[in-house]
Design a protein around this ligand. Structure first.
Ligand code: SAJ
Length: 427
C-alpha cells in the first residue's frame, strides 16, 4: 500500500506533528479535529499549541497543499488516531481512577462511515490493555459489509494496529523521526502495513509485537518513570527528616555504576506520567501495589511542599512577632508542569500556588516566563518585581531563566535543587 492519503484524527500535541511529518513527505494529509479553532488555525498555516519547529513544518505543509484540516472524517488509505484518553468524570471520588474510552469509541464510529477495503487504522492514543480489540469490535459492528482482523485474522479487509507515541514534549519534531516505534498489529499483515506507514518518515527501528503487548509497553514506560520519580520524591522527604541534603545524596549515590536515581520535585505533572499508571492499576488492581503506591507518593508531594512553605512562614513570623501573616509576600517561581514549556496540565506547581491562594494567608505572587496570563486569581509578576517585593521565594519549576537568580541571604524553598548548592540544606 502506498498510502497516498493519510488521515490523522485528533490534532493535538501528537496528532498535529505527526500530520505535518507525513505532509513533509508529500503525502496528502487530512487532519480531523472537533475543535473548530484548531481546524481554522491549521488551515491558516498556523498552530494552536506550543512545540519547537512545528510552526515551520505546518506552515509549509499547508502552503504546499499537502495538509488540510476538517471537522468530519473523509476517505483515506490510512487513519491514525491520536485522541485523548482521560479519566471517567466520577473518578475524583474513587481510589483507582478508570480510563474513559469515549473519544476512541466516537472516533471509531465516525471513521467507520468512510472506510473501504484495504484501509489501515492505527491507534496511537495511550490506552488500557485490550482497547485495540475493543476498537475492532466497535468498527465491525458499524460496518458489517467489511471484514476486520478480530473476526477474519490475516484475511481481513481492514488492517488494525496499536503503535504508541513516545515523544517528549518540547522535542517532538526530532523524536518523531528518531525514536524506535513499537508496532502492535492485530495480525502479521496489520503490522507489515503499519511499518510501511511509519517508514514514510520514521528513521528509528520499527519493532513488531501484538497489540496488547504494545498497549502495555506504553503504559510500562510511563509507570516505570513514575515509580523512579516516586523513589526520588520519597528520598527528599526522608532526607528532610534526617537533615540531609537530598541533591548531594543523590549525586553521591549515582556515582555507583549501577545506580541512577532521578530528581525529586514538587510532584509529577503532565497528562502522561501522572495519568497512565492508573490505566495499569484499574485493570489489575490487586497485582499493582507498587505502581499505585508510587502514584500516591507523587500525588501527595505537592501537599508536603505546602506544609514546608507554611513552616517557613511561621518561622518568619516568630522572628517578627509584630508582623501579620497578611503583610508577608511569597513569590512562587514557575507554574508549568516541567522546565522550559508552557503546559499547565496536571501541574503540581499550579496546584501549590492555587492552594496557597485559597489559604488566604500571605500575598502570593507567581513568576512564569512562558505564559502571559493564567487566571484572574493568580498574580503574574516579573522576576525583578518578585525579588524586590517578596519575603519568601519558592522554586517550583527549574525554567532556564530562574537558574542564575541571585538569592543570597533570602529565605528560599527549592523543590528542584536548582538554587541550593549541593551541600546547603536550608535557607
Ligand atoms: N519529573 C521529576 N523528576 C525527574 C523527571 C521528571 O520530578 O527526574 C517530573 C517533571 O517535572 C514532570 C513529570 O515528572 O512534572 C513528567 O515529566 P517527564 O519529562 O518525565 O515526562 P513527560 O510527561 O513530559 O513525557 C513522558 C515521556 N515518557 C517517558 O520518559 C517514559 C515521553 O517520552 C512520553 O511520550 C510522554 O510522557 C507521553 O506522551 O506519554
Amino acid at each position: 500500500m502506498l498510502f497516498k492519503t493519510i488521515s490523522i484524527i485528533g490534532l493535538g500535541y501528537i496528532g498535529l506533528p505527526t500530520a505535518a511529518m507525513f505532509a513533509s513527505k508529500n503525502r496528502n494529509v487530512i487532519g480531523v479535529d472537533v475543535d473548530m479553532n484548531a481546524v481554522d488555525t491549521i488551515n491558516a498555516g498556523k498552530i494552536h499549541i506550543v512545540e519547537p519547529k512545528l510552526d515551520i513544518l505546518v506552515k509549509k505543509a499547508v502552503e504546499d497543499g499537502f495538509l488540510k484540516a476538517v471537522a468530519i472524517p473523509e476517505p483515506a488509505d490510512a487513519f491514525v488516531i491520536a485522541v485523548p484518553t482521560p479519566f471517567l468524570s466520577e473518578n475524583k471520588t474513587v481510589s483507582i481512577p478508570k480510563p474513559d474510552l469515549q473519544y476512541i469509541e466516537s472516533v471509531s464510529k465516525s471513521i467507520a462511515k468512510v472506510l473501504k477495503k484495504g484501509d489501515l487504522i492505527v491507534l496511537e492514543s495511550t490506552s488500557p490493555v485490550g482497547t485495540t480489540e475493543k476498537m475492532a469490535d466497535w468498527l465491525s459492528k458499524e460496518r458489517p459489509d467489511l471484514t476486520f482482523p478480530n473476526t477474519h485474522g490475516e484475511e481481513s479487509d481492514i488492517r488494525i494496529a496499536y503503535c504508541p507515541e513516545r515523544v517528549l514534549p518540547g522535542q517532538v519534531v526530532n523524536e518523531l523521526v528518531s525514536n524506535d516505534r513499537i508496532i502492535g498489529g492485530m495480525t502479521n499483515k496489520c503490522s507489515i502495513e503499519a511499518i510501511n506507514l511509519y517508514k514514510i518518515f520514521v528513521e528509528g527501528e520499527c519493532i513488531v509485537t501484538n497489540s496488547k503487548t504494545a498497549e502495555m509497553t506504553k503504559l510500562t514506560e510511563n509507570a516505570s518513570r513514575d515509580v523512579a520519580i516516586a523513589f526520588a520524591n520519597e528520598l527528599s522527604i526522608i532526607s528532610d527528616a534526617l537533615d540531609i541534603n537530598v541533591w548531594e545524596l543523590i549525586s553521591l549515590a549515582n556515582r555507583h555504576p549501577r545506580v541512577n536515581i532521578l530528581q525529586p520535585g514538587p510532584g509529577v505533572g503532565g497528562h502522561c506520567i501522572a495519568v497512565d499508571p492508573w490505566f495499569i492499576a484499574s485493570s489489575t488492581p490487586k497485582e499493582s501495589p507498587l505502581i499505585q503506591t508510587a502514584r500516591q507518593v507523587n500525588d501527595s508531594k505537592p501537599d508536603w511542599v505546602i506544609k514546608k512553605i507554611m513552616e517557613k512562614i511561621s518561622n518568619l513570623l516568630k522572628l517578627n512577632p509584630n508582623k501579620e501573616i497578611s503583610e508577608l509576600t511569597v513569590a512562587c517561581f514557575g507554574l508549568a508542569f516541567k522546565a522550559d514549556i508552557d503546559d499547565l496540565r496536571e501541574s503540581p506547581a499550579m496546584y501549590i500556588v492555587k492552594k496557597l491562594i485559597e489559604l488566604k494567608g500571605p500575598k502570593i505572587i507567581a513568576v512564569e516566563p512562558n505564559i502571559e496570563k493564567v487566571s484572574d486569581d493568580i498574580e503574574l509578576v516579573s522576576t525583578s518585581f518578585a525579588l524586590s517585593s517578596a519575603d519568601i521565594f519558592i522554586l517550583l519549576v527549574d525554567h532556564s531563566e530562574f537558574k542564575n537568580i541571585d538569592l543570597t541571604g533570602k529565605i528560599i524553598l527549592d523543590t528542584r535543587g536548582a538554587w541550593l548548592t549541593k551541600t546547603q540544606n536550608h535557607a
